[in-house]
Design a protein around this ligand. Sequence first.
Ligand SMILES: [Zn+2]
Length: 226
Amino acid sequence: MVKAYQDYEFHPILHDVLDFFTVDLSAFYLDVVKDRAYCSAKGSPERRSAQTAMFTILRDSLLLMAPILSFTADEAWAHVPAFEGKDQSVHLGEFPESRDWLGTKRAGFVEDMERLLAVREKVLKGLEKARESKLIGNSLEARVTLKAPAADAAFLEARKDDLAALFIVSQVSIEKDTGEELAIEVGPAAGEKCERCWNWSIDVGRSAEHPTFCARCEKAVKAAKP
Ligand SMILES: [Zn+2]
């Protein structure tokens, strides 16, 4: 992007900004982290991590788009929470240093993410079909079963805890299958809908104090009490 500015090539910058905000950020990242940002316990690592990522994305993207979206960037800048070294106007700030975020991750991270996103694509198609046939309404009403060949099953099993959030469904289970390709089965989620986070869980109703909450929400609410 900096190279494009240096060459006075503004059109690809606008294209990249638009693409990043609508596809990567809005349709994927923010959709996936919304649940942990709104509902996880205030100081939980997953919520703090999402907040840090969102803050970094906001600060750096405003600085980068400021030269061509001057008024929009400056108006949004006024709403960025105060941080050490924050300039009064976005136009006084400098471009963020380019950092190789992915280079600091363990080897194979990008390949693993691509593999997970391909699974997500398949799951989204399965959810769409289930919605069309009125089996589910909202995706959180779904339980997804991944019928995976042995090689995929081990890969998915190791990331099991994050799959429901990635697919924005309430439950995910993995079954080893003899087929050659990963197959997706969608059914209604087990349990009841949690009043606070709208995820379905068999834990809803177990707490005497918060009978309409799932276990995660009960913990979060208890942790927030002084
Ligand atoms: Zn909940």
